[in-house]
Design a protein. Structure first.
Length: 312
């Protein structure tokens, strides 16, 4: 196994990229974090994975194939501590980007090029500053049955509580680039709320190693199954977390729920209190299910999502 650690230009930024090449003729796995600048478990987990390979840890003995780690894709957003970069664009809505565009467009272009070189792709996320997401691994309902089958295997192997297959029609994302290139890809979410929890870092390290084993990069014992729910919904627009249960007005958002809580139709997701002291506005669930995403940042603007309920 040859471990090559490079500090190289990534879309004009200085990004540490670890490339592991046991056999250049074997498949290439890409793992990225920091697509949004306020998501920290992915960065910490990838740094730990890099360290395992750098130290030739027994956990990665016998690795075969090629792997590329990028802990911080979106340096502009990271240094702002924000979802978006200094140009105000969301990288996950900007792919495939432009080589001659703004900082986020250039980063999206570089990321898209990298995705197209991969045979498999894992993109790690969290709910960022404003949201918290019940741990899940997700994928798009790819029209190619062979690609979809591999994505399902990867998502289950990652071994988080929820496996979520959603519409393939959402554009601008890293997974839409992978979709168009025929690269089996999953994304993962683990809490958020502007924190970096050790449980999430551990789960991401274990999940990535599990997927490596599932795909034949490593020999590793299969862990006890932690998947509780497998839900697929190919309805156009499903998987767009930022538009569900929108706030009817701006104000202070208050909720008593936590990600993973069960909820029934008509039950309260939370309440928006306008700052002018006018009548509070309750936001109620229109479906039965599980609280998959929940706004935890108290400020909410009209039209912003209070949360996502997963149909079970």
């Amino acid at each position: 196994m040859t471990v090559t650690l490079k500090t190289e230009s990534f879309a004009g930024n200085t990004a540490e990229v670890l490339k592991v090449q046991a056999d250049t003729r074997q498949p290439h796995l890409l793992i990225t974090g920091g697509v949004h600048g306020d998501e920290f478990e992915p960065i910490a987990a990838i740094r730990r994975l890099i360290d395992l390979f750098r130290r030739h840890d027994p956990m990665v003995d016998g690795f075969r194939g090629r792997i590329t780690f990028v802990p911080v894709v979106n340096e502009s957003a990271f240094f702002r501590g924000h979802r978006c970069g200094e140009d105000g664009l969301d990288l996950a809505r900007t792919c495939p980007g432009r080589a001659d565009g703004s900082v986020t467009e250039q980063t999206a272009f570089a990321l898209s090029q990298l995705i197209r070189t991969a045979d498999y792709y894992i993109d790690l996320h969290t709910g960022g500053t404003e949201l918290s997401v019940y741990p899940l691994s997700g994928y798009v309902m790819h029209s190619n049955a062979a690609v979809l089958d591999v994505q399902r295997r990867m998502a289950k192997a990652f071994n988080l509580p929820v496996v979520w297959g959603t519409a393939a029609n959402l554009e601008g994302r890293s997974l839409s680039v992978a979709r168009d290139a025929g690269v089996p890809a999953i994304y993962c979410e683990y809490l958020g709320s502007a924190t970096c929890c050790s449980e999430g870092v551990d789960a991401y390290v274990e999940g990535c190693l599990n997927v490596m084993a599932e795909l034949g990069f490593l020999d590793r014992a299969r862990p006890e199954n932690c998947v509780q729910h497998i839900v697929e919904n190919a309805t156009p627009g499903s998987g767009h977390m930022q538009v569900c249960n929108p706030a009817p007005c701006s104000g202070y958002f208050e909720t008593m729920l936590r990600p993973g809580d069960p909820i029934q139709a008509g039950e309260l997701i939370g309440t928006v209190y306008p700052l002018d002291g006018s009548v509070p506005h309750p936001i109620r669930s229109v479906q039965n299910g599980l609280v998959l995403v929940l706004r935890t940042f108290p400020k909410i603007l009209q039209g912003e999502s209070a949360g996502v309920i997963l149909d079970l």
